[in-house]
Write a protein that binds this ligand. Structure first.
Ligand code: NOJ
Length: 504
């Protein structure tokens, strides 16, 4: 399989067509030509299933029904069909590590139905220590939740009980769900928290913190079984995992794994408010060394510099280095796109969208922010809502996101919208994606230099592409005899934080 370019749509925040203040299927449909014009091949949409929306759809009440706030199933079908017409493939987001506590499996389990109790992880009080009962979930609720005289396990929150994957009946249900949506027309799959699905009782009882449940020995085996229909039908699969690179390779299909690509998030701690000493060089190193280890051996460590779970990285880059917004956007888009991995463009990356300017905790809607025990300032700075603030499309009401009187989450983007929507970054990003389309699936990536200049080479039988990034806040000299195929400035030198790409 070739390396992919995927455009990520965060459904609630992308485009509202029916005027209720929440993004919807018709909104995405209205932007398909735009997404296609960027050069993307896939569109990943966040979970659209029926849901109480405690975690914006990552808490699924019914895997076969759509959330009516996003439209009808016919609207979704129309979106999938239209995507195919314009040459795009839709990618579904499967949240199979847990369900909502409102899912009928769970409500039946609570009623004492033995079959459904085995779909989840229920433990007796006598099995749990005081220490276990203190452990917090990712969203800071208790990880073991009391019902009657038992406790159930919820790694993310009380509202998201974890499913018990050691149960074959459960896996068969998941297989059916996969088949249903592939037959519906989805051509790509994103797997939520892929590497935490397999946990046995010992793991739960011995866990010190929530991530200790990751990397169970059956992760690949279970997924292969559940995804069989997708694999047989040439569906592209990417897994979200907090896995170190050595495991990443083992998870991918070329080495008998279960998925085509894998995201890891080691670089996500590269945020200004986490460590002031980290430089652009260390960001590059964090991503590209692992990328070369995995990809040069046939895997695909997918790059997602941004997503809906983190404040936007462009702000960090600007704050840490003093780069201008345009330079920062182009530099990040170069790293994100010109490489040998599948690239994920998060909505707004294509025009260098920055974090909005939330000023009060009251503006936030994310479960992680609402439950956060941190002070107001850091809750705002770290909030996932920074990346979820509705897209600014133009100068009309609610910046073109919606014509509703109130929208589900504010979008107080501060920078001049004129500049924000500048064609400059957009055009350059299209060019970068076009260059990526010429990189062969089996190309190898080599880091040549990582100091004032960051230089790396991508080689295949057909060609060789050299990328040069000026990592410092002053002009740099660089010469070679190759043909320039992309540049952020057309002079001989490379401007501060500028980029030049050459082809041999
Ligand atoms: C990862 C998703 O990206 C995130 O948004 C969600 O809250 C958790 N998984 C739990 O499903």
């Amino acid at each position: 399989m070739n390396k992919k370019v995927v455009y990520q749509v965060y459904l609630p925040s992308f485009k509202d067509e029916n005027g209720d203040g929440l993004g919807d299927f018709k909104g995405v449909e209205s932007k398909l030509e735009y997404i296609k014009s960027l050069g993307a091949e896939y569109v990943w949409i966040s979970p659209f299933f029926k849901s109480p929306m405690k975690d914006n759809g990552y808490d699924v009440e019914d895997f076969y029904e759509v959330n009516p706030s996003y439209g009808t199933k016919q609207d979704l079908k129309s979106l999938v069909d239209k995507a195919e017409k314009v040459g795009l493939k839709m990618m579904i987001d499967f949240v199979f590590n847990h369900s909502s506590d409102k899912h009928v499996w769970f409500t039946k389990a609570l009623e004492g139905d033995e079959k459904y109790k085995t779909y989840y992880h229920f433990l007796n009080k006598s099995e749990l220590t005081e220490k276990s009962l203190q452990i917090k979930s990712v969203f800071e609720t208790p990880i073991f939740n009391k019902v009657k005289d038992e406790y159930y396990f919820g790694a993310f929150s009380t509202y998201q009980p974890d499913l018990n994957w050691s149960n074959k009946d459960l896996r068969n249900e998941l297989k059916e769900i996969v088949k249903y949506w592939i037959d519906f027309g989805f051509k790509g799959i994103r797997l939520d928290v892929f590497n935490v699905i397999d946990k046995d009782k010992t793991k739960l009882l011995e866990m010190g913190n929530v991530w200790d449940i990751a990397e169970g020995k059956n992760v690949n085996k279970y997924w292969k079984e559940v995804l069989e229909y997708a694999t047989q039908n040439d569906v592209y699969i990417v897994a979200e995992a907090n896995a170190p690179a050595k495991n990443s390779l083992a998870y991918t299909i070329p080495v008998e794994g279960s998925v085509n690509s894998i995201f890891t998030f080691d670089h996500m701690d590269w945020r200004i408010y986490k460590d002031d000493k980290i430089t652009l060089n260390s960001l590059f190193e964090k991503i590209f060394i692992k990328m070369s280890e995995v990809n040069n051996n046939g895997g695909d460590l997918a790059i997602a510099l941004d997503n809906h779970d983190n404040p936007r990285i462009i702000n960090s880059l600007i704050d840490k280095t003093g780069a201008s917004r345009v330079s920062a956007a182009l530099l990040l888009n170069t790293l994100n796109i010109i490489n040998t991995s599948s690239s994920y463009i998060y909505q707004g990356n294509e025009f260098g969208l920055m974090n909005p300017n939330f000023t009060s905790r009251n503006q936030l809607r994310d479960i992680a922010s609402l439950n956060s025990s941190s002070d107001e300032k850091s809750t705002i700075v770290y909030s996932r809502d920074n990346a979820r603030s509705p897209m600014p499309w133009d100068h009309t009401k609610n910046k073109g996101f919606s014509n509703a009187n109130s929208i589900w989450l504010d979008n107080p983007y501060k920078e001049n919208l004129e500049e924000n929507l500048s064609k400059e970054i957009l055009q350059a990003t299209r060019k970068l994606i076009n260059i990526k389309s010429q990189i062969q699936a089996d190309a190898k990536i080599n880091i040549l230099q990582n100091n004032e200049l960051i230089i790396y080479e991508i080689t295949s039988k057909e060609n060789s592409i050299i990328t040069v990034i000026n990592a410092q806040n002053k002009e740099a000299t660089y010469n070679n005899n190759y043909k320039v195929i992309f540049e952020t400035n057309a002079t001989k030198n490379i401007e501060a934080f500028g980029v030049k790409i050459y082809s041999k």
